[in-house]
Design a protein around this ligand. Structure first.
Ligand code: ATP
Length: 681
């Protein structure tokens, strides 16, 4: 073994640290020295700042004042065991070990060999097939320790490695640590079990961000004439309280410290990406997918369910649509039967009202319910049994034929009698819109057929007084579902990846895995890129699923270029993913992320033209709506699919411009947020 140079492994001088600008200092002038090849036991009550100090040593947090020197320069020489077990509970022990081994650029053979040795030491299953989530708390802690030791690091920083272990195992761990120092390793270990720290070469006693004493355990006992470390610690705490009261509690760093140059741990990462770590990240993502097939199946089934629900609930034709019919032509004395009437050809004998009614029945969407008079009909409508009334005057046929003969010279009385009078319940305007469309359409067909059969010698319009020709785009009766179909696609494409991304990243944060990864050298760029890559692969499936459902299964109009449409819809997913990543970078609380998604979804759903056209909004709001991530894209998908616009149409390319700009803004915002988070997601 190489001779170990005598200088200190770690030296901490006058270190001050607070977690935010106006918060109190958590570390208040810490001075600490760790010699090489020793175990340094860092002791102190909960909340005294041990973890904060360790996170500054490993380069995860920047200090505000002071200096930190660490003898290693490379994260691969560091083994850090965080306080949380930080394991992927859905992975087997073997998989989790492989993942961290790859992060340290170990080969599969080395990983397996080392794990076999460590499993004996730590009493872990040798084949490593058990899922981490099925292990007890103590076993999970041992796996966490095995991962820390896996790559044979020179410096071990262990945050409470013996918490939750039994005395036998705890003694095994300490013996192993002692063995490691004999092999030239340096160990810093925190523990709440003060007495076990007797085995350390040096202990540091911390309280309220201050290092009260740093000494060999035996010297400490002798110096304060105590029989146990606990007794010595209590004595030092008492002395510290007294000194603090005398110093009137000024705990800000002195000016000399504030003016000295700050020296951070050399382990603060400036690296952006390493191929081997990126590979490990990808491997992790794919193991996650393998282990979470049920969740992954949502990539197919969740859009399927959402689209099914939307297509069943939104935009379909309301039914039954029942209209009260008051046909004064056939209700007269004596009543006239409609059975003689023929609805085709140039037949001028039967009542024309019957011919029109037959057309309505043939179209089949409106049910006509006969009433004798208007009063009864209105009463039935008032009770909500019918959607409105339709009335023919007693002279309908004669006036209708006069109108046909006279064209523009028709007498006003004939115009009056040849009209069909509709009175609708407008409280449910969507239904009444449909109804109006249907009635116009059926009248147009009825009159068009008649003119075709009998000749349009006066060149009269097909549908007096309004003339509805074949629509420029869309159809008479499917307008609302046509309106919502492109919006639903964009909305689902945007929100599902957002939810997936947010839940995956937040879960890692909550379990402490993100922190462990960062200490292991994983960079935010690697995490982000691997998440994006896997998410983008899944998005291909999702895009195909939503488009298939919408345009093949439900047969919504599609006249555009399928490739451009695919790309545009896919881009929505990218925007959603980027948005999810940003939300995770802003918060690590699941609840806050949930609020963030809610806060985004309500304006996006109401203002983006899903429910109602953006054109109906007041000007100031319309500009805002246009700037939301999916508004322009919805218009673009609408233009592409219903109107068959090419890419060069402003409506289409603005959808691309908007999605690309949003993705760019979200990436930039995430980058700024990461900088504000001390380089952590
Ligand atoms: N990210 C953070 N933001 C704000 N305050 C924090 C943060 N992390 C820790 N603190 C605060 O810093 C203080 C020290 O916390 P730290 O976790 O370092 O203590 P500890 O000695 O490791 O405690 P324990 O033994 O219970 O883990 C605590 O008051 C804690 O609330």
């Amino acid at each position: 073994m190489d001779p170990v140079p005598p200088e200190a492994a770690i030296s901490v001088r006058n270190v001050y640290k607070r977690h935010s600008k106006n918060a109190p200092y958590v570390l208040k002038g810490i001075n600490l020295t760790v010699e090489r090849n020793t175990i340094y036991g860092l002791l102190g009550a909960s909340g005294c700042g041990k973890t904060t100090l360790l996170s500054c040593l490993v380069g995860r947090h920047l200090i505000d004042f002071g200096q930190i020197r660490v003898f290693i320069q490379n994260k691969k020489q560091l083994g850090h065991m965080p306080q949380q077990v930080a394991l992927y509970t859905e992975f087997s022990i073997g998989e989790v070990v492989r993942y961290f081994g790859y992060l340290y650029e170990m080969t599969a053979q080395d990983i397996d060999k080392t794990y076999r040795a460590l499993s004996k030491l730590l009493s872990l299953p040798e084949d490593g097939k058990v899922l981490c989530g099925e292990l007890s708390g103590g076993q999970q802690r041992r796996v966490s320790l095995a991962i820390t030791l896996l790559h044979n690091p020179d410096l071990l920083i262990l945050d409470e490695p013996t918490a939750g272990t039994d005395p036998v195992l705890s003694s095994t761990i300490w013996n192993h640590l002692l063995g490691l120092t004999a092999q030239g390793k340096t160990v810093i270990v925190t523990t709440h079990y003060i007495e076990e720290a007797r085995q350390a070469d040096v202990i540091g006693l911390m309280r309220e961000g201050v290092l009260l004493e740093e000494s060999e355990p035996q010297s400490l006992l002798l110096r304060y004439s105590c029989s146990s470390l606990e007794e010595a610690f209590l004595y030092l705490c008492f002395r510290h309280s007294k000194e603090k009261a005398e110093s009137k509690g000024n705990e800000d760093p002195p000016l000399t410290v504030q003016c000295s140059p700050v020296l951070h741990s050399p382990l603060v990462s400036n690296e952006y990406i390493s191929w081997s770590r990126f590979k490990a990240q990808l491997l992790k993502q794919f193991i996650w997918i393998k282990r979470n097939l049920l969740v992954m199946s949502y990539v197919v089934f969740l859009p399927l369910i959402c689209m099914y629900v939307f297509n069943c609930a939104v935009g379909l034709f309301p039914s039954p649509l029942r209209l009260a019919l008051i046909n004064e032509e056939t209700n007269g004395h004596p009543p006239v039967s409609c059975s003689q009437s023929v609805d085709t050809g140039c037949n001028l004998t039967g009542p024309m009202s019957c011919r029109y009614m037959q057309k309505i029945e043939k179209i089949g969407k409106v049910e006509l319910v006969q009433f004798n008079n208007m009063a009864e009909a209105r009463e039935a409508v008032g009770h909500g049994k019918l959607w409105g009334t339709m009335q023919f005057t007693p002279n309908f046929t004669q006036s209708f034929l006069n109108r046909y003969e006279m064209g523009r010279d028709t007498e006003p009385l004939d115009i009056y009698h040849s009209n069909v009078y509709l009175s609708l319940d407008m409280t449910d305007f969507i239904t009444s819109f449909y109804l109006q469309g249907l009635m116009y359409d059926s009248f147009r067909q009825f009159y068009g057929d008649f003119l075709e059969a009998c000749g349009n010698h006066r060149n009269v319009s097909h549908s007096p007084p309004l003339r509805f020709e074949t629509p420029v785009f869309g159809s008479f009766t499917a307008s609302y579902s046509e309106f919502t179909a492109p919006a639903v696609i964009c909305l689902i494409q945007f929100f599902l990846p957002l939810l997936f991304t947010t839940s995956a990243i937040i879960q890692d944060k909550l379990r402490g895995i993100t922190e462990r990864n960062l200490v292991s050298g994983v960079t935010v760029l690697e995490v982000t890129l691997s998440t994006i890559l896997v998410q983008y692969l899944m998005l291909i499936i999702q895009t195909l699923v939503v488009e298939y459902i919408q345009y093949v299964l439900y047969d919504h109009p599609f006249h555009g270029d399928p490739w451009i449409t695919f790309l545009l819809v896919y881009l929505q997913g990218i925007c959603g993913t980027m948005f999810g990543i940003l939300i995770c970078f802003i918060t690590k609380q699941e609840q806050l992320a949930g609020f963030g998604i809610m806060a985004a979804s309500i304006p996006i759903m109401t203002l983006s033209g899903l429910i109602w056209p953006v054109q109906a909004q007041p000007d100031y709001l319309r500009y805002f709506s246009q700037m939301l991530p999916i508004t322009c894209s919805i218009d673009a998908v609408r233009g592409l699919t219903i109107r068959g616009y090419p890419f060069s149409h402003p409506m289409v390319y603005m959808g691309f411009v908007s999605s690309i700009c949003w993705s760019f803004v979200l990436v930039l915002w995430s980058y700024i947020q990461v900088k504000r988070n001390d380089g952590a997601p």
